[in-house]
Design a binder for this molecule. Structure first.
Ligand code: ARG
Length: 461
């Protein structure tokens, strides 16, 4: 009973089942470093304003350092009765330095403490995900030069549509990951706010200096409303949403590469070290990593869902429900981090199967749209040109040939003023080269974008 920090008003000991049900140390021990970092800054501020002596602060700092090392080394004992990581560290401090340790919680509540710990943790997590996203972008940009001349069929509705350059594909993913990084940076600004000092919910009558703590912990702002501060988990949800978008992007990529590595597509050869086999079919080489990147996306979406439901309708300010924010947050982070860690080397090492791609590039009349645009340049209204090319494609389909295999009479029959120059714009290479608008797939356009990306990411040519 006496072990509880809140034991004073209670006559009886907590039921063991309640202890097991309410504990969070099994998962929030992960916040130990942030908890100690926050406590050290808090103690230094308390010393600055005279609520601790310099010696007391020094003792607290030194002892917290010892506790930190013990936790890192795995020799620190965790016990369910002590509920959460905050109580564990504080109890260890009091056990070692007595009354001085009992002063650390001055002008502080676990409500603002856990919020601060989480903000410090999320801030680091954002930075780590951002670094891993840049690794993935680097892997994609890094292969652009080698793949510069590879033309792939581009798809809409998973049907062959228009030809595109392979690097154009790679950079499409780079753009998606850039938006992910921008979202993270934006989320970081709102995360990087000091909530410590708002105490339980109303602030404190003690003469604390919150700006001082903010500076020590590298927070850019001090939260302005104590009620909001102790209830706010927006940053946890926002970050998990950022993670969900990243997982969605990775999942799209994984899906595409799974298809591309099938015998039916044969566009890609995945590195063997990133594939696994079958226990019954000896010939199989399966894209399990990609499948799991796609599959684990479900967990991340689930975590976001959990958090959204968790905070729905919670009254102000702190409610114990909020303790449940950590497992989904940690799981979403671990999952996306692991996926990114594998995505980068996979992206770099997969090989395009150039002969297989080239062999079937003529199928699907990928040049039909640019041929239509050629007619538009000759004054044919778009709708008319569309119908005209459609009829020519019909003819080519009936004869199982390319548009460029049709004799001039067929083009003339469609539009009498057409001449031999139609053949100058047909064919997949010409269709790609013609795509000159900003952001299009023509080689010069793509090259410019590749150079921009190299500069942005510091990738050497
Ligand atoms: N373990 C708690 C959490 O993660 C810490 C805050 C507890 N505060 C309280 N008044 N019981 O939310």
């Amino acid at each position: 009973m006496s072990e509880k920090a809140w034991g004073g008003v209670f006559d009886v000991a907590t039921d063991r089942r309640v202890e097991r049900f309410t504990e969070s140390v099994s998962f929030d021990r992960r916040l130990f470093a942030q908890d100690i970092e926050g406590s050290v800054a808090h103690a230094q501020m308390l010393a600055k304003v005279g609520l601790l002596t310099v010696d007391e602060c020094g003792m607290i700092e030194q002892t917290l350092g010892e506790i930190r090392r013990e936790i890192e080394q795995g020799s620190f004992p965790f016990r369910t009765e002590l509920e959460d990581i905050h109580m564990h560290i504080e109890k260890a401090l009091v056990d070692r330095i007595g009354d001085i340790g009992r002063k650390l919680h001055t002008a502080r509540s676990r409500n603002d403490q856990v919020s601060t710990d989480l903000r410090l943790w999320v801030r680091e997590a954002i930075d780590e995900i951002d670094r891993r996203l840049s690794d993935v972008q680097r892997a994609l940009v890094g292969r652009c030069d080698a793949d510069a001349d590879v033309i792939l069929p581009g798809y809409t509705h998973t049907q062959r549509a228009q030809p595109v350059l392979a690097p154009h594909y790679w950079l499409a993913y780079c753009e998606k990951f850039r938006r992910d990084r921008q979202r993270l940076a934006d989320c970081r600004r709102r995360t990087n706010r000091l909530t410590l000092g708002t105490a339980a919910l109303a602030g404190t009558s003690l003469p604390i200096d919150r700006d001082d703590v903010a500076k020590r912990l590298g927070f850019e702002e001090v939260a302005a409303n104590s009620i909001d501060a102790s209830s706010d988990r927006d940053f946890v949800l926002e970050f998990t949403f950022c993670l969900t978008m990243i997982a969605e992007h990775l999942s799209t990529w994984a899906e595409e590469w799974i298809l591309w590595s099938t015998m039916e597509f044969s566009f890609l050869k995945l590195p063997q070290a990133f594939c696994t086999g079958s226990s019954i079919m000896p010939q199989k080489v399966n894209p399990d990593v990609l499948e799991l990147i796609r599959g684990k996306t479900a967990r991340v979406i689930g975590s976001l869902q959990t958090l959204l439901v968790l905070i729905k309708s919670l009254p102000l300010a702190y409610n114990r429900d909020l303790q449940e924010d950590k497992p989904p947050l940690f799981d979403a982070f671990d999952t996306v981090r692991a996926s990114l860690e594998l995505a980068a080397p996979l992206m770099a090492a997969a090989e395009l199967n150039r002969p297989a791609i080239a062999l079937r590039l003529d199928r699907g009349h990928l040049d039909a749209t640019t041929f239509m645009e050629y007619l538009i340049c000759r004054g044919v209204p778009q709708r008319t040109a569309h119908g005209l090319v459609g009829r020519l494609v019909r003819k080519a389909l009936d004869r199982d040939v390319r548009l460029s295999d049709l004799p001039l009479e067929d083009f003339r029959e469609a539009l009498p003023e057409l001449d031999e120059s139609v053949y100058d714009v047909l064919g997949v290479e010409r269709a790609v080269a013609a795509m000159q608008s900003y952001g299009s797939t023509a080689p010069e356009q793509v090259k410019k974008q590749v150079e921009k990306w190299k500069k942005e990411l510091g990738v050497r040519s």
